[in-house]
Design a protein around this ligand. Structure first.
Ligand code: TRP
Length: 335
């Protein structure tokens, strides 16, 4: 039986962090054998907010690739590719944009939040329309399943709408994907989301010392002032990290914290040790790729080639359904 296809990915905006690991990378590694996994490095989407600094992209594409390979994405099973190098994604975006109403995009809650965060008042065409382009990212290879964070759910809903509308207008060509909603990791500052822009992240590439330094800054139970005050693990960021990174300690830590028998400093040291145990092999693999850039380019080229083949097949079907596959139908001499 043919494996079902997954499409997921990231905007290349720098190194990936523990939030990415818990929210998606770990899952991608776990699913890569069971599914035919496509991973998009969405560099065009990064331009929707970073169009003034395109020169950063080539470096960030490499950083994200290193993180993927370091956590254990196997390029022999998964297909890692670069969005801008798959022209069929841009073509599909244009076709979809003909029937997506601007008001639907204006009301997209993720677009609204992001625009407010960035202080955008007059949205660019590309920024307002990136969910349409994301629908093309997902459908050019007929993905069945899209693992994403909750903030991406509106984009998935739009993708599903676009697929239904396209199929209704032109014929059954596209596959309607399912969302697979994944969890978030809190930021060191207690914010609901670890994120680069909030400066509350531990990066996969951070050194052992850096991890310890950052963990020491994590917010804990504000009601706990002295070491022997009783703690409230349910409101503590560090405790929530222990649940993720050292579940084996939870049974003893929780009552110790509640009874004021373990101080936050000790608790943080233990956490840093657990995180470092997780990150050690990842750092090692990353260091290997730091000195093997050519290997990364080979992997990206190979994956992108496979994506382009898929895209060409889909576009052929799309154009035929839309009755604009002129030369294929007429068997014109230009072919
Ligand atoms: N919008 C996603 C993010 O900001 C990145 C992305 C681009 C994506 N294209 C995608 C995610 C397609 C899933 C599927 O994280």
């Amino acid at each position: 039986m043919k494996k079902k296809r997954i499409l997921t990915g990231d905007r290349p905006t720098g190194k990936l962090h523990l939030g990415h690991y818990v929210g998606s990378l770990r899952n991608r590694v776990a699913l890569q054998h069971e599914y035919d996994e496509f991973i998009i490095i969405a560099d065009v989407q990064a331009l929707t907010t970073n169009w003034e600094n395109p020169e950063q992209l080539s470096r960030d594409v490499l950083e994200v690739s290193k993180d993927y390979l370091a956590v254990g994405i196997d390029p022999n099973v998964a297909t890692i590719f670069v969005q801008s190098m798959v022209p069929q994604i841009a073509e599909l975006t244009i076709f979809y944009s003909m029937f997506v109403p601007v008001n639907v995009l204006r009301h997209n809650p993720t677009i609204k939040t992001e625009a407010a965060q960035k202080g955008y008042t007059d949205l660019t065409y590309g920024f307002l329309g990136y969910p349409v382009s994301q629908a093309a990212d997902i459908t050019f290879c007929k993905a069945h399943l899209v693992p994403v964070g909750k903030d991406q759910a509106p984009h998935l809903e739009l993708t599903r709408k676009i697929v239904r509308r396209f199929n209704e207008l032109y014929g059954e060509v596209l596959v309607e994907p399912e969302a697979m909603i994944q969890g978030l990791l809190m930021g060191l500052d207690g914010n609901a989301k670890m994120s680069k822009s909030l400066d509350n992240a531990i990066y996969l590439a951070d050194s052992e010392e850096e991890v310890l330094r950052k963990v020491k800054t994590a917010v804990t139970d504000p009601a706990r002032i002295r070491k022997d005050d009783p703690g409230h693990p349910e409101v503590c960021t560090v405790f929530s990290y222990h649940k993720e990174f050292s579940p084996e300690f939870i049974g003893e830590l929780e009552p110790e914290c509640r009874a004021g028998q373990i101080g936050c400093v000790d608790c943080k040291k233990r956490l840093a040790a657990s995180i470092n145990t997780l990150l050690e092999p990842i750092r090692e693999k990353r260091a290997y790729y730091d000195t093997h850039i050519d290997e990364i380019y080979d992997i990206l080229l190979c994956g992108t080639k496979r994506a382009v083949e898929e895209g060409a097949n889909t576009l052929d079907e799309v154009k035929t359904a839309m009755k604009i596959n002129y030369f294929a139908e007429a068997k014109a001499p230009l072919r």
